[in-house]
Each structure stands twice: as C-alpha cells, then as structure tokens.
Design a protein around this ligand. Sequence first.
Ligand SMILES: [Fe+2]
Length: 222
Amino acid sequence: MVDPQIAIDPYLETARETGMGILYVLETHVHADHLSGCRDLGSVTGAVIGIHESAPVVFPAQLLADGDSLEMGNVHVKVIHTPGHSPDSVCFLVTDKSRGPEAWFVLTGDTLFVGDAGRPDLHGRETARKLAGELYDSLFHKLMRLPDDIEVYPSHFGGSACGRSLSGKPHSTIGFERRYNVALKPRSREEFISFMLSDLPAQPPEFETNRQKNLGLVPVPI
Ligand SMILES: [Fe+2]
C-alpha cells in the first residue's frame, strides 16, 4: 500500500476481497495535504512502514535510501530518491516479475504529476529555491532517464493544492510527459527554478499541522 489516507477500512476490505496481504505501507513523502493512515494500517496488518531516511519521523519505520530494493513476492520495488516537492520525496519503480524482468510503472508521488511537477515551496520561502533546483535534478537526471513506455502513477490529479496545472487524467507514461508536461520543457536549471516558483496558489493553512501530525510530532484525534 502506498500513501494511504487516514480512513483505512477500504484498504483492509480490498486486501480481504482479493486475498492479498499488506506487507509494506510506503510513503512517497511526508504529506501536508492529508493525514496519513500509515501508522494505523501498519499496526492493524503488521506491515512495515517505509519512508525516506531524511523524513524526521518519530515512529518506528524502515528508513529508505536511494537505490533500495523491496521484495514482495513477484513484485520488486526500487526506491528512487527524488527531492524537490519535499526533501524526503521518493518514487517507487515497480516490476512485476510474473510479467517480465523489466520495470512496468513508477509511482511518482508528488514529484511528477500528469501535466506538471510538484510545487517546491511548501517548506517555506527560504528553501523553495533550493528544493526547486533539486526537483530539476530529480526530474531530468532521474525520472527522465526511464524508458518512454514506463507508466506514471502520481499521488494526485486535477484539484490538488500540491501542484498547479494538474491534468484530470490520473495516469500517463514517461514518454507522453517527456513530450507534453509543461514542467519538462527544455529549460536551464535557473529557468526551471523561476518557472516552478511562479503562479503558485496559496498554501492551505492546515498544511503545516498536517505535516507535524504525519511525522508523529502531534497526536491525531480519533
Ligand atoms: Fe505532497
């Protein structure tokens, strides 16, 4: 399970209906826009919670690093550290070994959306420029090195405050985004930083407290 919402019953139901076990609960980053169900889902199922090692969480978790591999039966997940939207953002490159030895799709969290990239300003004005530069490196030096036919599944589509011009289409491919995503047009690193810091919507006021709760620093009322 990746990026669970706080209401975990639908995930438990799906696992029951399909006869599947939940072995890992993975977070693509410390979320600001919603409360995470990772700790609840972890304690109910016994699954390992996985989050990037730079996330200052105060609950037990497997701390993930760039290049780590997670094995789940026929499924192999490779961790790609893609800082930018947040310092702890990761993408998960997934291979289903029952289909073939090559990666099939990538879960891009809030790093790469369909139509745009994740906003780099949610950690404050001072770090926004640095994170926008890191986002450039993550997109152009990591994700855009994947083959065109890899499917892209982001954590949000149109309507989310984690980005600007997100498409209503929930998934895409690396090749289509390479050609038509506004954030992936050929630009210098400096031009990219300016582009990513322009026309950003206001940060909803609950974002910072959501992040504190998702780190385990502030209790979540039941
Ligand atoms: Fe986010």
